[in-house]
Design a protein around this ligand. Structure first.
Ligand SMILES: Cc1ncc(COP(=O)(O)O)c(C=O)c1O
Length: 290
C-alpha cells in the first residue's frame, strides 16, 4: 500500500492521507515549531503508549505547544488510526505543531495546534543487521546544548540530528553518535547509546543532555532484572571506543548492536546485548498478550 492510501488523523478527523492538508502558514512546517512521538505497534498493540504520551506532555510543557485536552484523547485516536488501516506491525507518529500562524510572536499564544497521527506498515531490518550490527561514527556535529533546544524535548526541528546523520552516511556509517558540548558521549541521532565494559552496562545519564528514551528505560529495567551491573553517568568517548559491546536503542529499532565504531571493530561475541535483545522481545510479547 502506498503511504498516500493510508488514513491519517488530522485535527479531530480521520481522513485519507492524499486528501489531508495542512496550512502553508503552519509553524511546524515554517519553523520546525512542534513536538512529536514515534511509537512501534506489535500485533496491533502500541508498545508503551502511556510512556510516549507522558513524554509528549513533557515536550508540550517545555515548549508551550498546546496539547488539546492535555493529550487525553490521543491514545484512542492512535488505536483508531491503526484499526482504520488494518495495521498490526506499524510505525506510528504523533506530531503536534504550535499551529498555523505567521511569524508574529504576538500571535503565537492563541493558536490552535495542528495534531496529526500517522501509522504505516513497519518494515523490519534484515535479521543479519539485528544480529551483526551496524557501523557507527562519532560525528563532528555535537548534540544541542541543554541551554539551547534541550535534547529532552522531542522536537520536530531535527536539522541538527539530520546533519549528524548526513555526516555519518558520508563517512560510510548508519549510526551517528553525537557528543555533548562538553565532549562527553550523548546519544545517537535518533537513538540512545549503551556500551558494556567488563560486564558493566553503561549509558549516558539524562544530565549528559539526551532524550529520555522510552526504550532506554525498558533496557535499564531489563538489565537490572537480569542482574547486570548498570551505570548511568557522564563519560568521555574513550569509555565507548574501548568497550567490549555497544548498541543503540529506540522504539523502531529496539536494540541494535554496533559492529564498528570508526575504525574499530567490536568483538563479535555480545553476551549482554544478546540477553537484552531476547528479554526485550519477551517483554514485547508479554505486553501484547501473546
Ligand atoms: C535523539 C533521540 N534519542 C533517543 C531516541 C530513542 O527514543 P525512544 O526509545 O523513546 O524511541 C530517539 C527516538 O527517536 C531520538 O530521536
Amino acid at each position: 500500500m502506498a503511504i498516500v492510501d493510508l488514513m491519517v488523523y488530522l485535527n479531530g478527523r480521520l481522513v485519507a492521507a492524499r486528501r489531508a492538508g495542512i496550512s502553508v502558514f503552519d509553524r511546524g512546517f515554517l519553523y520546525g515549531d512542534g513536538i512529536y512521538e514515534t511509537i512501534r505497534a506489535y500485533g496491533g498493540h502500541p508498545f508503551r503508549l502511556p510512556a510516549h504520551l507522558d513524554r509528549l506532555r513533557a515536550s508540550a510543557r517545555l515548549t508551550g505547544v498546546r496539547l488539546p485536552g492535555n493529550g487525553a484523547g490521543l491514545a484512542a485516536m492512535v488505536r483508531r488510526v491503526l484499526a482504520a488501516n488494518r495495521l498490526a506491525d506499524a510505525r506510528i507518529r504523533i506530531t503536534v505543531s504550535r499551529g498555523a500562524g505567521g511569524p508574529d510572536p504576538a500571535l503565537m499564544a492563541g493558536l490552535q495546534p495542528t495534531v496529526l497521527i500517522t501509522a504505516a506498515p513497519y518494515l523490519p531490518p534484515p535479521p543479519a543487521t539485528v544480529r551483526d550490527g551496524v557501523r557507527a561514527v562519532i560525528t563532528r556535529v555535537v548534540r544541542n546544548d541543554r541551554r539551547a533546544v534541550d535534547p529532552a524535548i522531542k522536537a520536530t526541528s531535527l536539522l541538527n540530528n539530520i546533519l549528524a546523520s548526513r555526516e555519518a552516511a558520508g563517512r560510510g556509517a548508519r549510526q551517528a553518535i553525537l557528543l555533548n558540548p562538553a565532549g562527553e558521549v550523548a546519544e545517537a541521532a535518533s537513538a540512545n547509546i549503551f556500551w558494556v565494559r567488563r560486564g558493566v552496562l553503561t549509558t549516558p545519564s539524562l544530565a549528559a543532555g539526551i532524550l529520555p528514551g522510552v526504550t532506554r528505560a525498558v533496557v535499564l529495567d531489563l538489565a537490572r532484572r537480569l542482574g547486570f551491573s548498570v551505570r548511568e553517568g557522564r563519560y568521555l568517548p574513550a569509555a565507548l571506543t574501548g568497550a567490549d559491546e555497544a548498541f543503540v536503542s529506540a522504539s523502531t529499532i529496539e536494540i541494535l548492536p554496533l559492529a564498528w565504531l570508526g575504525g574499530r571493530r567490536f568483538p563479535a561475541r555480545r553476551p549482554v546485548t544478546r540477553a537484552l535483545q531476547t528479554a526485550y522481545r519477551v517483554t514485547v510479547d508479554a505486553e501484547r498478550g501473546g
